[in-house]
Write a protein that binds this ligand. Sequence first.
Ligand code: F6P
Length: 198
Amino acid sequence: PRSIWLSRHGESEYNLEGKIGGDANLSSRGFQYAKMLPELLRRSGLPKDAPLTVWTSTLKRTNQTAEGIVEEFGWEKLQWKALDELDSGTCDGMTYAEIADQYPEDFKARDDDKYNYRYRGGESYRDVVIRLEPIIMELERSENVLIITHQAIVRCIFAYFMQVDQAKSPWMEVPLHTLMKLTPRAYGVEVEKFKANI
Ligand code: F6P
């Protein structure tokens, strides 16, 4: 690829309530981020020579985040189920405090080995890395791509391109409302970050 732009969706109603998973709408701040994304992209330097394609998950919050960009630039948008957030199974829709309270052993097990811990009826980071393989392959043979996805997925894709040990990725900081641009260079991958002022 020429460059990969990577972002979490804008803040969702669930983010506000501290709930994980789900398929919530963006919050008003989240919608503000969506509105500001075209400007952030311009600031990051738009590709002049090759097209850009927007990839989202199938969930509402990533599609709502992409809407403004698609409208503004008319870029092609593709939805991938493989870009959906890590499936938290029976814990979907709960807060971390509720999980610690209702499933204390699971909560501890996840803290002890976050990469391998698989939610009951859901996924582990290890599972996510495997389901992302087709995405990575498609990315490797694509030109410019903007990926709007979720926290766990951003971590795994970032770790892949930065050649960081995947087992470390579950702990990586991925702030909301920050666009990352990864550009392969002769000496390694250049990382630029553009933070929305909201
Ligand atoms: O809280 C937002 C969120 O995207 C959840 O939907 C998801 O379960 C979580 O982050 C993943 O982060 P962590 O693996 O640190 O719990």
